[in-house]
Design a protein around this ligand. Structure first.
Ligand SMILES: *Cc1c(COP(=O)(O)O)cnc(C)c1O
Length: 387
């Protein structure tokens, strides 16, 4: 085991995917593996998700999709966030489906013509998130252009999709408005002659709370990793298992008197004679610098981080009991920041609260300096068991 590791339980990923497939059926599950699978490592997670029955993979960028193809993954694959500098030609050549909000269409048509092929595209309608996607005002003109490109043989409009803005807050009315606008956009596309077989709008929150929004395809990301998109709802209550455990070992312990300052800025002082333990993880490893107070579990106790989190390290105060013996024995003790909770360790949500952020960011920002270690790879991918 590396001295610092994000341990990824691929059996948990497979469990979560199967659970989501059960909820979504007859809709198909697209496992969203952007951002290196939310920090979990894209290839092992993509393979585990496909093993468990996911029908599609989804990423933001073409540059994230191409390595999946290069690794031999031939499952349907969608990339939806492009710039004028994106490599549409490489995407079409690699049989990657492309999200299209409008301006991309001529670029995709040009790539398809050059390759003498038909590009598969999913038209995106902005139903209220205010980011990507065609406005409702531009939609009818956009679908007409897409239909013309389809008749010319350059593209096949296989999908229409949108993205939810507030589905994690289940009482909010905007989600129903998004549903109505989406349904209307699909009807307008069909009136223009398009026959999209993949209508999709549900993220994790949508999959878990809105069966009426599953359509043909659902796009869960966070839930694949076993985390809850809803504030105040645990993974377990949703039938999910967190896949990532972030662990290291105590690097050093020392006994100090009362009123000893700790870490840059000396923002923390011991209140009594105490043992300080050094945790060799810091903001260069992706631990938010603002997350002082975040819990670290050692020998069955969760200790809050005290003082500032530095680039490489942070400190917990073990307190007063049996100073000398305890300090000496704690060097090398396992220190767990978060995990599934089976052994009483904290969750990514606890670290999110400490940092004033969300669980998405806690797992996604674990940096490349922390090796990913894989547990429970399926037998066919046993060669991925470690990295
Ligand atoms: C990231 C993303 C998802 C997945 O969202 P989760 O909340 O993690 O389930 C789905 N669709 C799009 C367009 C996304 O950008």
């Amino acid at each position: 085991m590396p001295e610092r590791a994000a341990v990824i339980d691929l059996a948990a990923v497979r469990h979560n995917v199967r659970h989501l497939i059960g909820l979504a059926a007859p809709a198909t599950v697209m496992a969203v593996v952007k951002a290196d699978a939310y920090g979990h490592g894209v290839l092992p997670v993509a393979r585990a998700a496909l093993d468990a029955g996911a029908g599609w993979l989804g990423v933001a960028h073409i540059s994230e999709a191409l390595p999946l193809r290069a690794a031999g993954i031939d499952a349907p694959l969608l990339a939806w966030l492009h710039t004028i500098e994106s490599d549409f030609h490489a995407a079409v050549a690699a049989d990657i489906d492309l999200g299209c909000s409008g301006w991309e269409l001529p670029h995709i048509v040009a790539a398809a013509n050059l390759l003498d092929t038909t590009a598969r595209i999913h038209l995106k309608i902005d139903t209220g998130l205010g980011r990507n996607g065609s406005t409702a005002e531009d939609w009818v003109g956009f679908v007409a252009r897409a239909r013309a490109a389809e008749l010319a043989g350059a593209v096949s409009v296989v999908g229409i999709f949108s993205h939810l803005a507030v589905a994690d807050e289940i009482e909010r009315p905007e989600t129903d408005e998004q549903l109505a606008d989406f349904t209307e956009a699909v009807a307008q596309a069909e009136a223009a002659g398009l026959r999209p077989t993949h209508r999709h709008i549900a993220n994790s929150a949508g999959v878990l709370s809105r069966p009426d929004m599953h359509f043909d395809l659902v796009r869960p990301g966070l839930a694949i990793y076993g985390l809850s998109p809803f504030e105040g709802r645990t993974s377990a209550s949703l039938g999910l298992r967190p896949a990532m455990t972030l662990r290291t070992v105590i690097s050093m312990c020392k006994d100090v008197p009362a009123d000893r300052g700790v870490s840059y800025g000396l923002k923390y002082h011991t209140t009594a004679a105490s043992t300080l333990a050094l945790i060799p993880l810091g903001y260069a490893d992706g631990i938010p610098r603002v997350a002082t107070g975040g819990p670290v579990r050692v020998n069955g106790v969760n200790y809050p981080v005290v003082g500032r989190i530095a680039m490489d390290q942070m400190v917990i105060d073990l307190g007063q009991a049996d100073l000398v013996a305890r300090g000496a024995s704690m060097i090398g003790a396992e220190a767990v920041l978060f995990g599934p909770g089976d052994d009483g360790e904290a969750s990514a949500d606890d670290w999110a609260s400490a940092a004033g952020t969300i669980n998405y960011e806690v797992v996604t920002r674990v940096s490349p300096r922390v090796p990913r270690v894989y547990r429970n790879a399926a037998p066919s991918h046993a060669h991925l068991a470690t990295n």
